[in-house]
Design a protein around this ligand. Structure first.
Ligand SMILES: [Zn+2]
Length: 432
């Protein structure tokens, strides 16, 4: 593969961006121009020689370019033609490994008892929560006061957690390029244009009955890990990476990897904080930290269990071997299977029945629902396994290489793992 394929891909991706901007401005998509882009994406993908097992960085990038161009073509084509898509096509577009979906049932069986125990523990400690009141943000004075309080707390956490990360990994330096501000939006996000981490303050600030304001530390730490260290560092480090254009542009197709990364770092920051009594003291949470930590883990496992139950439900809906979506006996069969793992007894019935019309005439589940399975993809775990196989572990020796490799670039799940494999072998030879 020569550089012209990389250059061509940049032109085509910029045209897709132009089409997206056009559609927000004129409220119509440029269908015929998009059809030409689809043709060119397919042609480009076909002309790039396939690499089965990339053994160096150049081959990893070549394989990823071919994969990415073909997936961009399929996604765009689906959008402009409204073509029907079966389960395997959607899985291929998002690069979701079949094993991640097949493994859902085992995961649920292994974690059900733990999730139930977490709910019990949270319920026991929940009378504290009942005194936590939401903020009356409609009252200007409350809003101003909460916003100022949130900004001060956020600066403190950004500074202390940033310093903690800098002490543990080279990538921590990049946190200096990120500014953190409170937002009234219900969802926190990272804005790559201004490198701003916007943290939803209604999510972590609450009032008590005496009118004083407090923060929900576990939520602030979780958001900082997910949006700041996961999405934020991924964006900032990619921008500074000098990688080919297509690897610096995130898209639907690279979302599974980005979310897997964000989930990894939201767990990581909690462990780092647990291992640093000094940072706990600097944040003034050393006395309560054990409770904060326990509660964070419980909330995380319950949330993950809920999400994976839904993903398992999607895989049951999509599985044609369980019978036609129109056959009442097949619907009951799916509900019965989902009930074996669901914690909420009402969920299997409402989820399976609620989606009974979400099929095309061939019995394919709607692709938008199938695409939710991208959040079941586990590329980070696979990458860590690839590093471990080469003797590189997420410890003080291996962490720099692993962080640097995982946070640089926007990859499809398959490309992400291949890149980690090559980086692990190269990292090993550097040490030797
Ligand atoms: Zn996210």
């Amino acid at each position: 593969m020569d550089d012209s394929a990389i250059e061509r891909s940049e032109i085509l991706l910029r045209l897709i961006e132009k089409a997206a901007r056009f559609s927000t401005r004129f409220n119509v998509y440029p269908y015929s121009a998009a059809a030409r882009i689809v043709d060119e994406l397919y042609r480009l993908a076909e002309n790039i020689p396939a690499v089965e097992d990339p053994s160096n960085k150049h081959e990893v990038i070549q394989a990823e370019l071919k994969r990415r161009m073909a997936s961009e073509a399929t996604t765009l084509e689906h959008y402009i033609l409204g073509r029907p898509y079966d389960f395997n096509t959607v899985m291929a577009v998002y690069g979701i490994a079949g094993g991640d979906v097949v493994g859902l049932r085992d995961w649920l069986d292994n974690n059900r008892a733990g999730a139930l125990a977490s709910i019990d523990r949270l319920f026991e400690s929940a009378d504290v929560e009942s005194y936590e009141l939401g903020l009356h943000l409609d009252i200007p004075q409350v809003r101003r006061q909460a916003e100022e309080f949130a900004a001060v707390q956020l600066q403190k956490y950004h500074a202390k957690l940033g310093r903690l990360t800098q002490g543990l990994s080279n990538v921590g330096e990049y946190l200096r390029d990120i500014s953190a501000v409170p937002t009234t939006e219900g969802r926190s996000y990272f804005d790559p244009l201004t490198s701003t981490l916007a943290v939803s303050f209604p999510a972590f600030v609450y009032q008590t009955e005496d009118g004083s304001m407090h923060i929900r530390e576990r939520e602030l730490v979780r958001i900082y890990g997910h949006e700041g260290m996961g999405h934020g560092l991924n964006q900032v480090m990619t921008k500074a990476s000098g990688l080919p254009y297509f690897l610096t542009k995130d898209s639907q197709i690279t979302q599974a990897t980005a979310e897997s990364l964000a989930q990894f770092y939201q767990r990581r920051i909690l462990e780092d904080l647990k291992n640093s009594p000094e940072t706990q003291r600097a944040l003034g949470i050393n006395h309560d930290f054990e409770d904060i930590y326990r509660e964070s883990l419980d909330v995380a496992i319950v949330e993950e269990y809920r999400l994976r139950t839904m993903q398992y439900g999607i895989s049951l809906l999509a599985d044609k071997s369980l019978g036609s979506p129109e056959d009442p006996a097949a619907i009951r069969r799916r509900i019965a299977i989902l009930s074996e793992v669901a914690i909420d007894p009402a969920f299997p019935q409402s989820f399976i029945e609620g989606n009974r019309n979400n099929f095309d005439s061939r019995g394919n589940l709607h692709p938008y629902l199938v695409s939710e399975l991208r959040y079941a993809a586990q590329p980070v775990q696979r990458a860590l396994d690839a590093f471990a196989k080469n003797g590189i572990h997420y410890d003080p020796n291996g962490r720099n290489l692993i962080d640097q490799t995982m946070l640089t670039g926007f990859w499809t799940p398959i490309g992400f793992v291949q890149n980690a494999q090559v980086a692990a072998v190269e990292g090993l030879s550097l040490k030797a």
